[in-house]
Design a protein around this ligand. Structure first.
Ligand SMILES: Cc1cc2nc3c(=O)[nH]c(=O)nc-3n(C[C@H](O)[C@H](O)[C@H](O)COP(=O)(O)OP(=O)(O)OC[C@H]3O[C@@H](n4cnc5c(N)ncnc54)[C@H](O)[C@@H]3O)c2cc1C
Length: 464
């Protein structure tokens, strides 16, 4: 049996695995990547970020068509089916796979398709789909195997009307009524997608506020816009049981309520993909959510083994996973690319879109920091009016004495893009990270970025 020798073996080809593999390969290491799909890209490309964002984009286009009076000249509002919008997501996935496959080839990284597990600290066994067993030896291993939806034992996911965020991508019809259990980021995003398709959605939240980590004004705005789009949000609810019927599902809540729908989408938690890794063979422990613990260098409790991405838990974002992977490889190759990935913006692709960076009002008030607020409402901005996108607001929080920008919170059109202007300014030192930048800089007109200038003037006007 042949043994392939590598400097670094990366388990998983999602953003964390790709970031790790590319950095190690560029530093001259001989690298292999193992993934248990037959294509690269990880869950991010095949089941998570990419399909959900492509679905959302198509739904937004449909909503534009149905609400912009200009389109009435070519036809009445119409509804598209979920399988219709899924087709465009599949096209994007295929393009992503092609691009990403090219990156591995160009960087001379070997890709093995199969399930990888540790025989010992330096030996990975890969069971390929055809049953062949490949053995890879490595000086260092990076675990980047991601996560999957958490499936509690008392929910029957084999029932044809019960889905999770992976299996929803096999839905072959458009339900009239859908229960989404779990109102975190994934649940709220799917509530936007389905309600945009005209589905009546019951969004079940275990807490009393949607996405409570957000600035409360933005969380309130999200609730308002979901509700106006036919999402019934039910706060402080927990399931007792889920009853599958031939033609639907009944959700029994601990509060005594019963909700009936054509289907249920479970969006409550995720678990790390560590169960098939043979971690018991090498003494790496996982927590109750199957996640591996790492130090600030992304090193596990075994010296030559690192981990990055969803498999280590927070923040479980593709954006952070890619940087964590790169940083883990940076720890190994020592090329100056190691960093702790903690300055992560929030990007939530609900309808409306949400993005933020830095502190929110609640945090600043609690810390007794004397801040002031500057706002720009999209309904008054030329670019938003031209784009038929009146919903939204940019809010800048700044220190009332030093004018330092402390937080940027935004919802509406292009929110996840324009937040990066605020992020760039907040990362500057001295006067460069103050509100003055926005009033002393000429912005293209009309742009959404101009919201910074409007919000900055609004904020300065509040000072005395
Ligand atoms: C519906 C949804 C929407 C999301 N939207 C966003 C978003 O808009 N923005 C954002 O930043 N993040 C988003 N995320 C989160 C994002 O997808 C994850 O944070 C990201 O995929 C994590 O990347 P990763 O590299 O850690 O792992 P993954 O992308 O999960 O990839 C891990 C890969 O390893 C493979 N694997 C597992 N076990 C083994 C094994 N034993 N051997 C070999 N291979 C193995 C897996 O099959 C998978 O291919 C979303 C997630 C979901 C579910």
């Amino acid at each position: 049996m042949a043994v392939y020798n590598y400097d670094v073996v990366v388990l998983g080809s999602g953003p964390a695995g790709e970031g790790a593999a590319m950095n190690a390969a560029k530093a001259g290491r001989k690298v292999a990547v193992v993934d248990d799909r037959r294509e690269v890209g990880g869950n991010c490309t095949h089941l998570g970020t990419i399909p959900s964002k492509a679905l959302r984009h198509s739904v937004r286009q449909i909503m534009q068509f149905n609400t912009n009076p200009m389109f009435r000249q070519i036809g009445e509002p119409r509804w598209f089916s979920f399988p219709d919008v899924l087709k465009s997501a599949e096209r994007v996935i295929a393009k992503q796979v092609t691009s990403r496959t090219g990156y591995y080839a160009r960087n001379r990284i070997d890709v093995f398709f199969g399930t990888g597990s540790f025989a010992d600290e330096q030996t990975i066994e890969v069971v390929c789909p055809n049953g062949v067993l490949e053995t890879l030896s490595a000086k260092q291993v990076i675990i980047a195997t991601g996560s999957r939806p958490y499936r509690p034992a008392d929910v029957d996911f084999n029932h044809p009307r019960v889905y999770d965020s992976d299996t929803i991508l096999t839905l072959s019809h458009t339900p009239r009524r859908l229960i989404i259990y779990g109102a975190g980021v994934i649940g709220s995003e799917y509530a936007s997608i389905f309600s945009g398709l005209g589905v009546l959605v019951d969004l079940i939240d275990n807490r009393d506020q949607l996405l409570s980590f957000l600035d409360s004004e933005i969380s309130d705005a999200l609730s308002y816009h979901l509700r106006t789009n036919n999402v019934l949000i039910r706060h402080n609810e927990e399931y007792e049981r889920i009853e599958g019927l031939d033609n639907g599902v009944i959700l029994h809540l601990k509060s005594g309520k019963k909700i009936k729908a054509d289907a249920l989408l479970w969006c409550n938690g995720r678990t790390g993909n560590t169960d098939k890794l043979g971690l018991e063979n090498i003494g790496i422990h996982v927590n109750s959510r199957g996640q591996v613990q790492v130090d600030e260098h992304y090193r596990t409790e075994v010296e030559n083994i690192y981990a990055a991405g969803d498999v280590i838990g927070w923040p479980s974002l593709a954006s952070a996973a890619a940087d964590q992977g790169r940083s883990a490889a940076g720890s190994i190759v020592d090329n100056g690319s190691w960093r702790i990935v903690d300055d992560i913006p929030t990007g939530i692709y609900t309808i409306p879109e949400i993005s933020s960076i830095g502190k929110n009002e609640h945090e600043l008030t609690k810390a007794k920091i004397p801040y002031e607020v500057g706002k720009a409402f999209f309904k008054s901005m030329a670019r938003a009016q031209i784009s038929h996108e009146p919903v939204g607001m940019l809010k800048i929080l700044f220190h009332r004495e030093t004018l330092e920008v402390l937080g940027v919170h935004c919802f509406g059109y292009q929110a996840s893009e324009i937040v990066h202007i605020g992020q760039a300014i907040m990362n500057q030192k001295g006067e460069a990270n103050t509100l003055k930048y926005f009033v002393n800089t000429t912005f293209n007109y009309p742009t959404m970025a101009e919201a910074y200038r409007v919000a900055a003037f609004d904020g300065l006007n509040r000072l005395f």
